[in-house]
Design a protein around this ligand. Sequence first.
Ligand code: ZN
Length: 279
Amino acid sequence: MYLCILSASLHKNLSDGWNRKAKNEKFISITLSVGTEGRGTLKKFQYHGCYWHGCFRCFPNDRNTIMVNGKTGKDWHLATLARTRALRKADYRVIEKWGCQDAKSSEIEAEIPRSKTRIYPHAIFYDFEAYMNENRRKERTDTLTLTDAHVPISVSVGYTLQRQPTHICEREPADLIRKFVEEVEGRGAEIRKRVRAEFLPKDIELVTKKPRKRIEEWCNQVPVLGFNSGKYDLNLIKRHFAEQLADTTAKIKVAKKGNTTMFIQTPHFHFLDIVNYVG
Ligand SMILES: [Zn+2]
């Protein structure tokens, strides 16, 4: 009932004032309490004037501009959120309304962003070359003897930010793979920086924990592509590569299908084989 009265009279009288920027405007917000004291039954209607509370819809570009009483739009917005949280914690049922949200319009629904699929805009790619080493003779069983072994000798690493690839050649596989991991990490950091600047929302601190974590994870995981790497390259380097990866992070996910590695996932990289994705 109170909400009806508010809609009819207060809302009409005040909605103009809410969005006015006039400095002499005294009205900042209204808090109305309705109901009886007791757990969860006392309602608070919080009406926030957009200018005074740093509404991020109405003042998206003024986040760091001083708006009222020496505080920025962002400060006011955060203070408003904190106030609502405190009220909820004190067991009030808080019903919030911002000046720019008309009670009768469906503006609130219309503003909810729709989920859309974005393809990660950059990637690193690599290719190992090996030579046959005849000295690594292995008698696996009585009837099966491996006369020579594939030994990685060089790798080329490139990425989508610029055309120049790096060619690394090392006689010792452990050194080769260490340099490979360093190269991938250097290029990965550049891509990550670019993607974070482009995709992380400016007010990421206002996003709740779970989606914020997912957004950051998406930005941080740079795809690293090999061609036929699942069958060849990753098997070729697996011994030293697994050591190197384990040194950089504790969280590694590996998906295998027979002898083929489908993907290796760490918090910073996603090693994929293009062959799995071409028709
Ligand atoms: Zn607003």
